[in-house]
Ligand binder design. Sequence first.
Ligand SMILES: [Zn+2]
Ligand SMILES: [Zn+2]
Length: 169
Amino acid sequence: MQAYTYVAEGKFALTEKPKPVLLHERDAIVKVTLASICSSDLHIKHGSVPRAVPGITVGHEMVGVVESVGSAVTHVQPGDRVTVNVETFCGECFFCKRGYVNNCTDKNGGWALGCRIDGGQAVWTAATVPRPCASSQRASWTPCPSSPTPTPSAASRRPMRCSRTGGTA
Ligand SMILES: [Zn+2]
Ligand SMILES: [Zn+2]
């Protein structure tokens, strides 16, 4: 598949990558139907996000259809249309328990998608489905209304999040 990739500071490029596979029980594979570009993507390109890893697929604001889920995923299932949450988080650390999931201490916690792990400017993405944060029992992925044709307005919806501090993404 083609994926828009952070190659090096100042350079993004379409590259050929294999379709992602489920590696974790809380992962889901999502076929991306629409993805938007965020100023944070430009910050990566301009070298303003030191944690961004060259080689990753950028993109952290997307909608799509779940293709498959890991064994621990219960609140989305194959066929669901979802808005993928930009934040991945454990739900159990000091910050998650207080609702500050953007500061999650998990190595892939906070804003990792499209920054430190492959994101959604691609045909497919593999994204962790976080546990709901303790201060809010909202599901961390947002199911979208059924529609045969995704609309631009669906793509422009902000992913549901409950972070109150930390950097923007
Ligand atoms: Zn956490
Ligand atoms: Zn963003």
